[in-house]
Design a protein around this ligand. Structure first.
Ligand SMILES: Cc1cc2nc3c(=O)[nH]c(=O)nc-3n(C[C@H](O)[C@H](O)[C@H](O)COP(=O)(O)O)c2cc1C
Length: 186
């Protein structure tokens, strides 16, 4: 699979079938995340790969309403970072940006391997920190939920989520976010 194919095929599917989580898979995903660029090569990203069934069960307590589909995930990757671990150039804080880049690489690799890797913001960082033992100075940025796309639509999805399962949510036209040579107000 080439890059454009992985980008086009990646979807935030919510109907998941189980997959086997192996040390090789975790190392593979971490290896691809690690090759992302970062300011001054600071590599501020940190990941907890959660696949122990009891721990996955515990993590349900931190999920927001509407994210019950995650109960079917075989692995949840907690992505976290802290601003001191990356460039701080006046008011520009790069830790979120660089961790996002690494996470995108990880997600695309998972897609290439035939898996769904779906990031979310609908969770409690506080509860997640408590459950996983992550110190308070870290920002838990996202949970990436991993499984295999199921052809059977998950019964816990809302009508909107079912719609998104069937077709990719529409994107803005390029004119909305692309400017040539200088910015201009819409
Ligand atoms: C930062 C972020 C937060 C998200 N939060 C959630 C979430 O809490 N629950 C959920 O079901 N999907 C969540 N999503 C998935 C988006 O809804 C999805 O990526 C978007 O609708 C576009 O669909 P596509 O990724 O299939 O193209 C999130 C995605 C990102 C990048």
């Amino acid at each position: 699979m080439d890059v454009t194919q992985a980008i086009k095929e990646r979807r935030a599917f919510r109907s998941l079938d189980p997959i086997e989580i192996t040390e090789d898979l975790i190392k593979d995903l971490a290896f691809h995340a690690q090759l992302a660029p970062s300011c001054n090569n600071n590599q501020p990203w940190r990941f907890v790969f959660v696949f122990d069934p009891a721990k996955l069960q515990e993590m349900r307590a931190g999920l927001s309403q509407g994210n019950e589909w995650i109960h079917a995930a075989s692995m949840i990757i907690a992505v976290f970072s802290r601003k001191e671990d990356d460039c701080l150039i006046r008011d520009r804080e790069y830790y979120l940006f660089d961790t996002g880049l690494a996470t995108a690489f990880l997600i695309l690799r998972a897609c290439e391997l035939g898996f769904v890797a779906h990031p979310i913001a609908g969770f409690s960082p506080k509860k997640t920190r408590e459950i996983l033992g992550i110190p308070e100075e870290y920002q838990v940025i996202t949970l990436v939920n991993v499984g295999k796309h199921s052809a059977a639509i998950s019964p816990v999805l809302s009508p909107k989520q079912v719609e998104w399962e069937k077709a990719r949510p529409e994107r803005f036209p390029l004119e909305k976010f692309v400017y040539l040579n200088s910015y201009h107000q819409e």
